[in-house]
Design a binder for this molecule. Structure first.
Ligand code: CA
Length: 266
C-alpha cells in the first residue's frame, strides 16, 4: 500500500520535474520576431526557425511588428525593409531606440549599398540580401548569439582616463558626461577598449563588431570609425581643462588596423 503510494508520489514528482524543465527550456529559448509581409518567405522563416530550436512570432506589418516587439521583448528581430505600412529602416530605428540590446537583422531585396548602409546606420546589426539560404541565416544567428556578453568580466566597465565604457549599461561616459554613440560605434569602441594599447586588425574588428562571416565592404568600418572619432572629439571639446593625457586616442595603423591609446605618443 505504502509502496503504491510512493510510486504515485514519485511519478507525480517526475511529471512535475519534466513539466518545469520544459517550461525552463521554453523560457530560455531564443525568441525571434519575424517582420515580413511576404507569405512564402514568412512561412519559410517560421518553419526554419522552429526547426532550429528558436521560438518565433511573425508579424506581417511594421506597425504590428513594433507592437509585438514591445509586448514580447524578443531577442532577435528579422526585419524586411519593404513593408506595406512603415519603411523597414524606420522600424529598425524605432526598435533600436526602444530596445538597445535587441539583435536586428535586416532582410532586404535592395542590394544597393546605400540601402544597407542606411539600415545599418539606423541601428541594424547585420543584413541578408534576398533570396538567402536558411542555413546561412541560422549560422549568422548562432554567430551573433555566441558573441553576446554573458560572463561578469565581459560586462565590467572599462576605465581609460576620463573615458568609461560600460558594456552592461551600453553607455560611454567622458568625465561623467554621456556620449551618445550609435550601436556599432559603441561596439567598435568597446572592442578597442578591451585591448588598450594593442593593435586590433581590421579583420578582427569586422568579425567582432559586424559578423565573422561578413563578406560585404569594409568601407563600413571606415565610415563607423570616422563617426566614432568625431563623436569623441565633439564630446571632449566643451569640457574645459580636459588634458589630452587623460583622453584616449585612436591611432590608425595603415594596412593593419587600429589601436586605442590612453595618451598620444610623443
Ligand atoms: Ca516585403
Amino acid at each position: 500500500m505504502d509502496e503504491a503510494c510512493d510510486t504515485v508520489t514519485t511519478r507525480a514528482t517526475v511529471v512535475a520535474t519534466i513539466w518545469s524543465m520544459n517550461r525552463t527550456l521554453a523560457a530560455n529559448r531564443v525568441q525571434v520576431l519575424v517582420i515580413e509581409d511576404d507569405e512564402t518567405i514568412g512561412r519559410h522563416l517560421e518553419a526554419g526557425l522552429l526547426s532550429g530550436g528558436y521560438g518565433t512570432y511573425w508579424s506581417r506589418t511594421g506597425g504590428s511588428g513594433l507592437i509585438r516587439a514591445r509586448e514580447s521583448a524578443p531577442d532577435v528581430v528579422l526585419l524586411d525593409l519593404g513593408l506595406p505600412d512603415i519603411d523597414g529602416v524606420e522600424v529598425a530605428r524605432t526598435l533600436r531606440a526602444e530596445q538597445p540590446d535587441l539583435l536586428i537583422i535586416i532582410l532586404t531585396a535592395r542590394s544597393e549599398e546605400i540601402d544597407v548602409i542606411v539600415g545599418l546606420d539606423a541601428g541594424a546589426d547585420d543584413y541578408l540580401v534576398k533570396p538567402f539560404n536558411l542555413t546561412v541565416l541560422l549560422a549568422r544567428l548562432r554567430a551573433h548569439l555566441r558573441r553576446r556578453p554573458d560572463s561578469a568580466t565581459d560586462t565590467e566597465p572599462i576605465r581609460m582616463g576620463y573615458l568609461v565604457v560600460d558594456p552592461a549599461a551600453r553607455r560611454c561616459l567622458l568625465r561623467d558626461r554621456e556620449i551618445d554613440l550609435r550601436p556599432k560605434e559603441f561596439e567598435l569602441l568597446l572592442t578597442l577598449a578591451r585591448h588598450p594599447g594593442a593593435a586590433v586588425t581590421r579583420e578582427d574588428l569586422m568579425a567582432q563588431v559586424w559578423d565573422e562571416n561578413w563578406f560585404g565592404s569594409t568601407k563600413t568600418l571606415d565610415v563607423t570609425m570616422a563617426a566614432l572619432r568625431r563623436r569623441l572629439a565633439e564630446a571632449a571639446s566643451p569640457i574645459e581643462g580636459l588634458g589630452t593625457s587623460h583622453m584616449p586616442t585612436i591611432t590608425t595603423l595603415r594596412g593593419h588596423g587600429y589601436r586605442l591609446d590612453l595618451s598620444p605618443r610623443p
